[in-house]
Design a binder for this molecule. Structure first.
Ligand code: ADP
Ligand code: ZN
Length: 516
């Protein structure tokens, strides 16, 4: 049986599960009846697509949304998965191909519209096709009291019974009453219910710009002496250095990365599980399968890869529900490194663009102006109240009106046809002559030197925050080039203003003086 954790990156191109996905995938793979309620955009489809690939036989997916089905089938096929749909929108040829794949037993996922259930042939066909799992999308359509009621959904219960296979139902909207109704109509016994809000209120969220990162990690650990914790690092060599420094400081600490031999790794895993107060300094290789409820803190010595990775990694703290702390460090070098990793990866262009977006979301969180939890959960589709348990709630950052600066930056981008990255744009704004500015004749632009009053590192920080606010976005096609987004247009036209965080900008001004 292929492993779900291997297929996640190789087929779907994701580096981590989103909140809740892992538990649901495990339950579905194990063949349990599942009812999962996840916010829109939370990533429900992965929760049946991935198990379908892990399990033997065919998974039938019932969905009322033809356009969505076709999108999903196309994406799966592009990823090399044998998936098909039987919908009214099919060409004869498409239908023929699907039937052929059913006949020869190669089809893994078959999407059908609920209307199909009305014909007796469907049941027979699914039986013959070795259907071993039913997935129901938009499961609330089975509720007669809901506004999306689909009478054909009522046939699903009977189909499950005839096929005698497990069923996994998904929906974004279900109050307690609707949940009970879904459960009673689709399942014979109580399904395992997953109701995931994404919030982990016992975890404190803190970010700090790097300012002597090793010292920052040591002082965070010193305030939590004797507690179990994880320090995540971006590189293998760094894990060893920080573990040593922690030991020198009197902590019990060891390092962990995928380059160590299997015995040594198992040894660290065992010690971490059994000992109290051990710190493991690790790459992201550490964590999969670690099931220790009383991890009291997680620190990131380097910025994670994406907002999903961040959530998953900090989520290893405080599984027991008791208070747990997290600290994430970030710096300009991290941002460069992560971008480069994406650009130099082998993923196709659309996927690279999506990776940049996920990284941008994390940068937005790092330089957020309001409650971290509001920003983080907002990304996952929730709208909580400010939490009182993050560094920004504790101490709101000072903001300033940056409309003029942002307009200059946008104008420099447009005047250079949105074809350049931050470094070159800052050169244009500050009027710094280079080969490139000369070659493109940018020293004759009206914006040449328009931002001379602001030092370069501050401009870098302004671009970073603009990226965090999604006013500019890296162009997935052109290495490093920035493009303007729609929300930036009113600012450029002078119809909207924009505030930025003052602290990260004034700190940037200091940075050149700080030798690290
Ligand atoms: P839903 O059906 O819950 O509204 P989807 O299954 O369509 O959500 O997923 C929403 C988006 O999230 C999609 O663009 C999908 O590619 C992305 N996504 C899903 N799971 C992950 C993951 N583990 N990491 C990153 N992106 C993900
Ligand atoms: Zn908060």
């Amino acid at each position: 049986m292929p492993d779900a954790r291997d297929l996640l990156p190789s087929i779907f191109g994701f580096d981590a599960f989103r909140p809740g996905q892992e538990e649901i995938v495990d339950a579905v793979v194990a063949g349990r009846d599942v009812l999962a309620i996840m916010p829109t955009g939370g990533g429900k489809s992965l929760c049946f697509q991935l198990p379908a690939l892990v399990r033997d036989g065919l998974t039938v997916v019932i969905s009322p949304l033809i356009a969505l089905m076709r999108d999903q089938v196309r994406a799966l096929q592009e990823a090399g998965v044998n998936a098909g749909a039987l919908t009214s929108g099919n060409t004869e040829e498409e239908t023929e191909t699907v039937w052929q794949a059913i006949e020869d037993g190669s089809l893994k996922l078959l999407y059908i519209a609920p209307e199909r259930l009305a014909s007796g042939g469907t049941e027979r066909m699914l039986k013959r096709a070795n259907c071993t799992l039913i997935a129901v999308d938009e499961a609330h359509c089975v509720s007669q009291w809901g506004h999306d009621f689909r009478p054909d959904y009522l046939r699903i219960g009977a189909l499950r019974q005839t096929l005698g296979v497990p069923l996994a139902a998904f929906t974004a909207t279900a109050d307690a009453e609707t949940r009970a109704e879904i459960a009673s109509r689709l399942f014979a016994d109580e399904p395992q219910v997953f109701l995931h809000g994404f919030d982990r209120p016992n975890i404190t969220l803190t970010f700090q710009p790097k300012d002597g990162p090793r010292r920052q990690i040591l002082s965070f650990a010193a305030a939590r002496k004797g507690q179990s914790g994880i320090v995540y690092c971006g590189t293998r060599s760094k894990t060893e250095g920080i573990a040593r420094a922690l030991r020198d400081d009197g902590h019990a600490a060891c390092h962990y990365h995928a380059g160590m031999d299997a015995d040594d790794r198992r040894d660290v895993e065992r010690r971490f599980q059994q000992e109290d107060g051990l710190i493991v300094v690790a790459t992201v290789a550490f964590g999969m399968g670690i099931d220790k409820p009383d991890i009291r803190w997680v620190a990131h010595a380097d910025l994670p890869k994406s907002i999903e990775s961040y959530y998953q990694e900090i989520g290893r703290a405080g599984r027991d529900g008791a208070p747990a702390d997290t600290l994430t460090l970030f710096g300009a070098d991290d941002i460069r490194y992560r971008r480069q990793q994406i650009d130099e990866g082998l993923a196709p262009p659309e996927m690279r663009a999506a990776d940049h977006t996920r990284l941008n979301a994390l940068l937005g969180l790092a330089e957020a102006q309001i409650c971290r939890r509001v920003t983080l959960l907002g990304y996952f589709g929730e709208t909580p109240a400010p939490c009182g348990n993050c560094d920004l709630c504790e101490k709101p950052p000072e903001l300033f009106d940056a409309t003029t600066e942002v307009r200059k930056a946008l104008s420099a981008m447009l005047r250079t046809d949105e074809r350049f990255g931050t470094g070159h744009l800052v050169d244009v704004l500050t009027g710094t002559e280079t080969d490139k500015t000369r070659r493109f004749g940018h020293d004759s632009l009206p914006t040449w030197g328009a931002g001379r009053d602001t030092p370069k590192p501050q401009w870098q920080a302004i671009f970073r925050q603009m990226m965090g606010l999604d006013l500019v976005r890296p162009d997935g096609e052109r290495h490093g080039a920035l493009r303007m987004t729609d929300p930036a247009r009113p600012i450029l036209r002078g119809e909207a203003s924009v505030t930025l965080r003052k602290d990260t900008i004034t700190r940037a001004e200091r940075r050149p003086a700080v030798k690290q």
